[in-house]
Design a binder for this molecule. Structure first.
Ligand code: PHE
Length: 389
């Protein structure tokens, strides 16, 4: 390539860049909208989380806009896909902040993805309200032990969820030996396994095996055969629905008929598709909310959601709806769409009336909320118990 062509290319690139930048500026000043990023697992291994979450959040935003928006402006939702991957979560967060110029971001389910996204939000000083990523490292920096300034979440955390699961096994199922299957590619699974194990041993239980697997694994027969030989009274499998579905199915195929217990990562309509309804009998998981919740707020939400999307919401959709509403409320209380003012308002959240329960954000920017235990019965989620913090 000769020099002139090279120069010409540079000039052309500069022109394109200028055009794009100016168009962006013009768009911003002309638009009266407040932009909120919805960063979610829209594709990849956790895609049902993102799809439900985007629906829930969009419904909240639509309702708010119908009531006049916030600070006299309409709210514009910008959806970004993290492809269920940590690196893509960081990329998508960067795009939302630097290109789309959102004032805050909500979404993200898997803790590893939320941690990656949160690092970018912190560096750019833009508030990030995680919906249901439950590992402690989402809001507290692992290296410094400090609470992250701009990161919050509207859900409980895994030391609580693991304890609820352990106590359920010990006190309700009245079983004392467990094998744990850990998804080693996930901060969520590694953390929840450890918190469960701690509480289980403290309560008098015994862990007879800990076996690791990775996301996207297909065949779990080798670890399941090992586990079967040790005769545990339950399996604890705190993973995500794609792998959990296969594990449950393959366990039953191998004749492991004991209860299988897990956490919120099970919550997907795809779980039944993958495992089959029969294999899922005698399984339980801890979660944030049951759609059988009969509170007036819950009924109103379920009705509005069904009207909008023609299907019942899952717990994931409800949580995302709550998070979007809480974020809108924080903007209102901040009386400003400045990221730093929104951050301050988020930190001051007290008793926000969410569908999943009154939400107060504590000193570590987490919500303290009750958990529910769901039993899978003939392919349906059945509400079993509620455990208060
Ligand atoms: N708590 C899970 C995590 O931290 C994500 C999740 C929440 C999945 C709620 C489903 C429902 O990775």
């Amino acid at each position: 390539m000769n020099k002139t062509v090279c120069k010409l290319k540079t000039v052309l690139l500069a022109v394109v860049w200028l055009t794009v930048t100016l168009a962006g500026c013009g768009g911003n000043s002309a638009s009266k909208d407040i932009k909120i990023g919805l960063l979610n697992e829209m594709t990849g291994g956790n895609a049902t989380f993102g799809t439900s979450a985007a629906n829930g959040a969009k419904l909240a935003i639509k309702e708010a806009n119908a009531k006049g928006g916030v600070l006299g402006k309409q709210i514009q939702a910008i959806v970004a896909d993290n492809k269920s991957e940590p690196s893509e979560s960081a990329n998508a967060m960067t795009k939302l902040i630097t290109q789309d110029k959102v004032v805050a971001v909500t979404g993200v389910f898997a803790s590893s993805n939320a941690i990656a996204a949160s690092n970018v939000a912190e560096a750019n000083k833009v508030p990030f309200l995680a919906v249901a990523a439950t590992n402690p490292k989402v809001t507290v920096d692992e290296k410094t032990g400090k609470v992250k300034d701009y990161t919050f979440r509207v859900c409980f955390i895994d030391p609580f969820q693991g304890t609820v699961g352990a106590n359920f096994v010990l006190n309700n199922l009245k079983l004392k030996t467990a094998a744990i299957l850990i998804d080693n590619s996930s901060d969520y699974s590694k953390g929840l396994s450890a918190f469960f194990k701690d509480a289980f041993i403290k309560g008098g239980g015994r862990v007879v095996a800990e076996e690791a697997y990775l996301q996207k694994d297909q065949d779990f027969k080798t670890i399941l055969t090992k586990v079967k030989a040790l005769n545990p009274e339950i399996l604890y499998v705190p993973g995500y629905y794609e792998e959990v579905g296969k594990i449950v199915k393959q366990a039953r195929d191998l004749g492991i008929m004991v209860p299988i217990v897990g956490g919120d990562g099970w919550d997907s309509p795809k779980l039944v598709e993958i495992a089959g309804a029969a294999a899922l009998n005698n399984t339980y998981f801890t979660n944030h909310y049951s759609v059988e919740d009969n509170s007036p707020a819950s009924k109103a939400f379920v009705e509005a959601y069904q009207k909008e999307y023609g299907q019942k919401p899952d717990a994931v959709a409800v949580l995302a709806y709550d998070a979007a509403n809480l974020l809108i409320d924080a903007i209102k209380r901040a009386n400003s769409a400045e990221p730093d003012k929104i951050r301050q308002a988020l930190a001051a959240t007290q008793n926000f009336p969410a569908v999943t329960g009154a939400t107060t954000l504590n000193a570590t920017h987490d919500a303290v909320k009750s958990a529910v235990i769901i039993e899978m019965k003939d392919g349906k989620q059945v509400f079993k118990a509620k455990v208060n913090p």
